[in-house]
Design a protein. Structure first.
Length: 672
């Protein structure tokens, strides 16, 4: 039996994209380096969803029942179940403990996942009265909370479900921590922050702040004491600088979740008002947790109710200080810091790329980089033609493996000698998969016309899931699949160009795609996320940088005119016009199909809350296409390109989650 065959069976569908993967890396690093870190989450039965594409290239969502064959790695702990009270619904949060085993078993941490179960499993009287739906109503309502990760929230019911998911996570976890504290340290909860540091992974668990206060007040502590303990307990990691992505919840809806929690949030707002008055703040409204009595700003609550706020890359953290939280930074500058994200090299090098690991071990004479990625700096003076040729052999093997997998799963043949240009991540407008797609269509038209020369054969590989209710993102998926179908079937160009959008992109697929990539596209607009931070470490000469800077984008926002760029660039215009001229779907198609036309409208006219070309695809297009072609052409000198790759590897030390988690431990968690 090949143990690799178990991957699809045991691929735990936990987490959502980068934040979930980051949390997994942090737990691995902490266990490997003996840092006492445990994780809390929800045990969703169906994960996010299993993605497939229909005949029109549209995303389809099916349940991803990752426990259908059992869950041998988790231990159910009925003895530690926590009762969570919500308005009109009480549930048991039952923990399932998953061991997080450090490399070479240095220590073992715990990922504790809560599964919701009913307090009132079955109403026999209702069943006997033949009201079968009522007999199981409480059971279904409880179990629904941990059925699906991040359900569609376009309606009120979906929003309330998300609130319940977030509240169950924080309430059950805090009750669990308080119980553990009492067993070890007695009943004096005023010392809780001396022994527990809680890192809020973005705003989703921010209700933990008022919930800890509520739990302590229920134990007889006054509000000010409870608030002080909460502030010293919590630290907040912000993952996005886009204001529109910062969570806000309707106060009335939150009251439907828990009036007691809302009462605590109101008291926090009152305390904030007093603090702002004492500090003589000129514009207190910009700090509001409760906005005009209608909405709760979770990011403001997180900053005010915690000891520290950090971004996840140097540029990101600076934008928090200069823009997103500039008012808070002026008030509490000592609370802001940076913790650049990282990944665990045990998984993303040792496990998924044993061929490269063996090459590095042979070249360096040690595998110490598996626990200290900075050790790879010793590779820099070793980079020569011989090492480059050996690296080329490793890359060729990983590309062969991926090509075989894509053929088996997607039915698309990708010749391994092609350049593999990869963009794999969540599908969102700001990640600009549409920019990539428009450039591919542009390249296709030029190849057909014979106007593009010196173009090495290239495969563009996409992997991404769109949120089920995110219609514009789903339209982008369909557009890319239309391009793929056209390109791959065209014998005039498919010896030079292939496109594939892999289905159900997840960590297991990533473990095959990432080691095989020649070029990785990190193309979000400057200042929207922490991508591209490796340039400083590997050198700009070993990367391909394009596009406007944060300052340049800020300078043009007021009078930005994407239509002028569209009219001035005939190639770009031709690619954009394909969205609405019937090239792929009729311009008068039904609404679902007609959303390709809406993509064009969003770029040129704006749509919903968007300004025209809100994420500056047209502004950056010329620079992006030039850099893309330059990168692809650079692969023509295989040895020189391999040396660029090796310099990126040698400069990767900073981006280990080992370094990140050590900084959290040394600088944040050991300081109550």
């Amino acid at each position: 039996i090949d143990l690799a065959d178990l991957e699809d069976i045991e691929d735990a569908a936990l987490g959502n994209g980068g934040l979930g993967r980051l949390a997994a890396c942090f737990l691995d690093s902490a266990a490997t380096h003996d840092i006492p870190l445990d994780g809390y989450g929800l045990r969703y039965k169906y994960g996010l969803f299993r993605q497939s594409f229909d005949d029109n290239g549209a995303q389809c969502e099916d349940p991803d029942d990752w426990t259908m064959f059992g869950d041998p790695w988790s231990v159910r702990r009925d003895d530690l179940a926590q009762l969570v009270h919500m308005k009109g619904l009480d549930v048991w949060a039952v923990p399932y403990d998953m061991p997080i085993i450090g490399y070479e078993r240095r220590s073992i941490g715990t990922l504790r996942l809560w599964q919701c179960e009913s307090v009132n499993e079955f109403d026999f009287d209702a069943f006997n009265a033949q009201d079968y739906a009522a007999a199981c109503r409480d059971k279904n309502a409880a179990e629904d909370i941990t059925k699906v990760l991040y359900p569609n929230d376009t309606k009120k019911a979906g929003k309330l479900m998300r609130l319940r998911q977030q509240y169950v996570l924080v309430s059950a976890s805090l009750q669990d921590m308080l119980n553990a504290y009492r067993q070890r340290h007695g009943e004096d909860l005023a010392r809780f922050a001396e022994f527990h540091a809680v890192q809020l992974n973005d705003t989703h668990p921010t209700m933990a702040i008022p919930e800890l206060i509520r739990l302590m007040m229920n134990e007889g502590y006054d509000f000010n004491t409870a608030f002080s303990v909460a502030r010293r307990t919590f630290r907040y990691t912000n993952h996005t600088v886009m204001r529109e992505a910062l969570e806000c919840w309707d106060l009335k809806l939150m009251n439907e979740l828990s009036p007691e929690l809302v009462a605590v949030i109101r008291r926090i707002q009152a305390r904030l008002n007093r603090d702002l008055k004492k500090a003589k703040v000129a514009d207190p409204a910009s700090y509001a947790i409760i906005d005009e009595g209608k909405r709760v700003h979770m990011a403001n609550l997180a900053v005010y109710g915690s000891s520290y706020t950090n971004g996840v890359a140097a540029i990101h953290s600076q934008i928090l200080k200069d823009d997103v939280f500039k008012e808070w930074y002026a008030l509490y500058p000592e609370r802001f810091n940076n913790k650049t994200n990282g990944i665990t090299q045990r998984r993303w090098l040792g496990l998924c790329n044993p061929e490269l690991t063996a090459l590095l071990f042979d070249a360096m004479g040690t595998d110490g980089f598996l626990t200290d990625l900075y050790a790879l700096e010793a590779l820099k003076p070793m980079i020569d033609d011989d090492l480059a040729k050996r690296f080329i052999e490793v890359k060729a093997e990983k590309k062969r493996q991926l090509a075989q997998l894509i053929l088996e799963r997607e039915g698309v043949e990708i010749p391994p000698h092609f350049v593999f240009d990869v963009q794999v991540k969540r599908l969102h407008e700001y990640k600009r998969q549409l920019l990539n797609a428009l450039s591919i269509l542009d390249i296709y038209y030029e190849l057909k016309a014979g106007t593009l020369t010196d173009f090495p054969a290239t495969a563009f590989i996409f992997g991404a899931k769109s949120a089920p209710g995110y219609r514009r993102a789903k339209a982008i998926i369909r557009f890319i699949n239309h391009i793929a179908a056209m390109v791959n079937a065209d014998e005039d160009v498919n010896d030079k160009l292939r496109v594939v959008f892999v289905q159900n992109y997840n960590c297991s697929y990533a473990e095959h795609i990432i080691p095989a990539a020649d070029i990785s596209e990190q193309i979000s607009p400057a200042g929207t996320e922490a991508s591209g931070t490796g340039v400083e470490q590997a050198g700009e000469e070993n990367n391909f940088v394009f596009g406007a800077t944060v300052d340049e984008l800020n300078a043009i926002k007021a009078d930005y005119d994407p239509v002028a760029i569209y009219e001035a660039d005939p190639n770009l215009k031709r690619a954009i016009d394909a969205l609405g001229d019937g090239s792929f779907e009729p311009a008068d198609a039904p609404m679902e199909e007609g959303e390709l036309v809406e993509l064009k409208k969003a770029l040129l006219e704006g749509a919903s809350w968007h300004q025209p070309d809100h994420y500056f695809l047209l502004k950056d297009y010329a620079s992006y296409k030039e850099a893309k072609l330059r990168a692809i052409r650079a692969t023509g000198d295989k040895v020189a390109f391999a040396k660029m790759c090796l310099h990126n590897i040698a400069g990767a030390g900073k981006f280990s989650s080992d370094r990140t988690i050590a900084e959290y431990w040394d600088e944040l968690w050991r300081r109550p």
